[in-house]
Each structure stands twice: as C-alpha cells, then as structure tokens.
Design a protein around this ligand. Structure first.
Ligand code: NIG
Ligand code: FE
Length: 496
C-alpha cells in the first residue's frame, strides 16, 4: 500500500493502493491485540493512544518498512470528557413524545417508556441526560455551544436497528419478482437456477469498489428511513475468499457511512451451484475455513446458516454453528421459513442470539427459545411477498420469547431498506402491537446485534435518535410507505 489510514476509530484501517483504489485492510478494536496482524499487512507500531489528548495519532509500519502516522478519533473518550465536564454537544428538546424504549416489555403499562415533552442531552456521542424539556436547566449540564434541535412537538425515538439484512449483493432480480407476481413459486424458481444462485454470479463479478458503492447507497437509503445500525450478512459469493471479501466490504461500508454496520458470515446461505456434488466438502469449508478465518481476522461478529428445505440440513447447520461457537462468534439462523427442521431447538441449545423468519416452528421449539432467551426475528416483508403463513406471534408472546423485527433487505424476497414498512406489516398482518413493533426495531434488535447500548434513549447509551414527522408512536406504523424521518442523529451528530 502507498498509504494507510484509520478511517474511523474502532472500525477499520483503509489503505490507498498504488492504483489509487482504497481497500480495507483490517478491523481494529479500541482495545486491540496490536501484535497479531497477518504478514503482508501493515503492522501497527507504537502505542495505541488512549485518548484524543495523546494527539490522536497512530503509527503504522508499512510493508516496505516505512512508518506512517495516521489520525484517529476517540468517541468513547470524548464521552468520558463530556461526562466529566458536564458539557453537552447536542440538545434535542420539545419532543411531543420521547420514546425511550426502556419500559418493561409485555407490560400493560408503558413498554415504550414515553416521556411527554421530552428532551435529550448528548456529548461525546452518548446520552448524558434525558427528561422533560422544562427540566433541562436543572440537569446540571452545560449546553452553551451545543447544537440544538427543536423537535417542535414531534415524535422522537431511538435510531432504528435493522438486525437482519443482506445489503451486499450485485445485480437485481426484478424479472423474478415479475414472474412471482404472475403466480410462479419462489422455491420452484430457485430449483431451476434462479433465486439466491441468480445473485451469486453478478456478486462474484463485481469489484470491491462496485460493492462498496452499492452498499453505501443502500446504507444511505436506510439512514433516510431512520436506521442507524444495520446488520450486513455475506452469503452471495459462496467461496471462502469471496465471503471474506464481502465482509471486508461490510466493514469498509461501516467506515464510510453514518450507519453502524454489524457484519455476519452467512457462507451457508445456499449450496454454491458448482459444488452441488460436494455438499460435505462445502459444509466443511464453511465450518473449518470461513468461520475461523472470519473470526480471527475480526471480519464477522456472528455466523448465520439458512436451515430449511432447499438450503442446509439440521446436521449441516449444527456443524457450522458449533464451529461458530468455538470461534467465539454469535450464533443465528434462518429458521423455519418454509419447513421446521428443528433449528430453533438447536440454536437454543447452542446459546444463540436469534432465530429468524420462524413461520414454521413447533411448541417445543417455542419453549426452547423462551428457556434460552433466544430472540425470534420477524421478517414480514419476505413473508408477505412469498405469501407464506404468518409466524405464531401470539404463542411466542405467551411463552415470553423476545421478538425483534427486521427488513431482511435482500435482492430476492424483500428488497427494502425501510423498517417503518416492516412496522406497518407487523402491526397489520402479524398481529404484533405497536409497542412490540417499536421495541422490535429498537431495544430487541439491538440485543440481537450485540449492541445493548443502542435502541434505547437512556444515559450511557449511544446517542442515535430520530425526529419524526409524526406525533404518536403508532403513526409510524399507520402512515405507511411515506418517508417520515425528519432528523436522524447518529453517535450524537445530526447526519440527515
Ligand atoms: O432471508 N431465506 C434466505 N435468504 C433470504 C432470501 C435470499 C434471496 O432470495 O436472495 C431471506 O429471505
Ligand atoms: Fe434473510
């Protein structure tokens, strides 16, 4: 590389290559083991600075032995400074209703924890205080010089978390959509070489930079609809090198967008067409090569398997998810969209985070989820589009299974970056309440992506928030299909 730089602290190092293209090299955590970087990649030299006061610089040793100082920014330390100095950088005031999403779930009272006339003070990227606008002066926090957003009586909520999305793919399948609209069947199209396989070829062909541009556009559309955190699954390349490349795209997209991206390895999305006669070999490659490589290189936070008719069996799923557990990845699954193969029980046994789709799930599966505290992720966009029966929402609720709600953004069954449309479908078609829909795209979704500091407006949480052109929480479900996000705040900064 000619030059390497930290694109965003805590996220990524990008390098500018000889040809001028940029490529993501590796993810960095704020408390990294700086020694263990693969040969051939730039190595970090010198100490990782602990605070912005240290100069914010980071020295990187390049392959040719030269050293390069790069700038880094430390949001976490900024928050500590703001807390110490009791100083706000952002004020959101005069919310008609401030949804804190901190009420008790399922409670008859107020699961959304609404503060009428609410306000939020944020500094260093996180929430310092929240309460009633009239009490702002009594918060004991200096607001001089802060950016002020007057919500003017509008609804203010946490930034939305899209906990199930496939935003990295090339091409589109509009032709298939039209065929399905004429009555053709999704699984039959897939069996004849369409479906996921039809996205694999353009995805493999597209360059890193093309993928990055596509992802950035999708993240921007999500942001405009109120999403501030999004999962990004791989799963449309289906080779070891290609799946890791897609995860690098996810992290590069994270670096270049205000949306925080949580990457998930979905190497077992579909049997690659060229490996049809080598199922065992492919499953072994996912479990023994892709999973450890993605975990070691810090490219994925979770592993997911599509366990269903036409995809992977329960035994294959177990093999891959157990490898994920060994590698320290969070475990998730596409479960029971068409057939219940028993993956809900498996994921509960493995201490997984979520089972997603679950149109088909048994009573035993539901009990297993409840006992293990696994979240069921509802994906009504895909369900409605494929004209599937709805998941057993009432039984999940009765059993106390946490429910999240996501877009399933993908080129086949749900091409949408817009969570409010899912909230409309959840409340009109799935029998979820408005409160369940809201918690499903905020607090519950944040747990699914392992970010409990999101999806709530409470001191110490990351300040991701949306001011909506609406007054009542139900309006976001009710007034559907129209963009209603007016201001979007990510990490304490207005980004839209
Ligand atoms: O979540 N169910 C599997 N995967 C996607 C569909 C992918 C596609 O058709 O491209 C889903 O619905
Ligand atoms: Fe999916």
């Amino acid at each position: 590389p000619r030059r390497a730089e930290v694109v965003r602290a805590g996220t990524a190092v990008a390098a500018e290559l000889e040809d001028g293209a940029r490529r993501l090299l590796r993810r960095i955590d704020l408390t990294p083991a700086l020694g263990d970087i693969a040969p051939g990649e730039p190595r970090f030299a010198g100490a990782w600075p602990r605070s912005a006061a240290d100069g914010g610089g980071l020295e990187i040793e390049l392959e040719d032995g030269s050293r390069e100082a790069v700038e880094a920014e430390f949001l976490a330390d900024g928050a500590a400074r703001c807390r110490r100095e009791r100083r706000a950088e952002l004020v959101i005031e005069n919310a008609g209703a401030l949804v804190t999403a901190t009420g008790a779930a399922g409670e008859a009272g107020d699961p959304l924890g609404v503060i009428p006339g609410g306000a939020v003070l944020a500094g260093g990227g996180e929430i310092l205080w929240r309460g009633k606008s009239e009490d702002l002066g009594r918060a004991g926090i200096d607001t001089a010089g802060a950016i002020r957003i007057d919500a003017g009586g509008r609804l203010v909520t946490p930034g939305l978390v899209d906990c199930h999305a496939h935003p990295i793919f090339a091409g589109n399948r509009a032709d298939e959509f039209a065929r399905r609209a004429r009555g053709e069947d999704y699984l039959a199209i897939a069996a004849a070489g369409g479906g996921i396989a039809a996205t694999v070829e353009p995805t493999r062909r597209a360059s890193f930079e093309e993928h990055l541009e596509l992802l950035r556009a999708r993240l921007h559309r999500a942001l405009a609809a109120g999403t501030t955190t999004m999962e990004a699954k791989s799963g449309y390349d289906l080779t070891a090198a290609g799946e890791l490349r897609m995860l690098e795209v996810a992290l590069a997209g994270d670096s270049l967008s205000a949306v925080d991206v949580s990457p998930t390895l979905l190497g077992a999305h579909f049997m690659p067409p060229e490996r049809k006669d080598d199922r065992e070999g492919y499953v072994a490659e996912v479990a023994d090569t892709m999973v450890p490589a993605a975990a070691e290189r810090g490219l994925a936070e979770a592993v997911d398997v599509y366990c269903d008719r036409g995809a992977f069996t329960l035994e294959e799923t177990r093999r891959i998810l157990e490898a994920g557990v060994r590698a320290g990845l969070a475990v998730r699954g596409h479960v029971g969209q068409f057939s219940d193969l028993g993956a809900a029980e498996l994921i509960a046994e493995l201490g997984g985070r979520s089972v997603d789709h679950v149109e088909q799930i048994s009573e035993d599966g539901i009990s297993a989820l409840a006992r293990a505290g696994v979240t069921a992720v509802m994906l009504p966009g895909a369900c409605v589009q494929l004209r599937l029966p709805v998941p057993p929402v009432a039984a999940l609720r009765r059993a106390g299974v946490p429910m999240a709600l996501a877009s399933d953004l993908n080129p086949g069954t749900s091409f949408s970056e817009t969570l409010p449309v899912q909230m409309w479908l959840a409340t009109t078609h799935y029998g979820m309440t408005v409160e369940e829909a809201w918690l499903g795209v905020t607090r519950e979704a944040a747990r699914v992506v392992g970010r409990p500091d999101r999806g709530v407006l409470t001191p110490g949480a990351r300040c991701d928030a949306v001011v909506w052109d609406a007054e009542h929480p139900a309006e976001i479900c009710y007034h559907y299909g129209t963009p209603l996000a007016r201001d979007v705040i990510a990490g304490g900064r207005p980004v839209l």
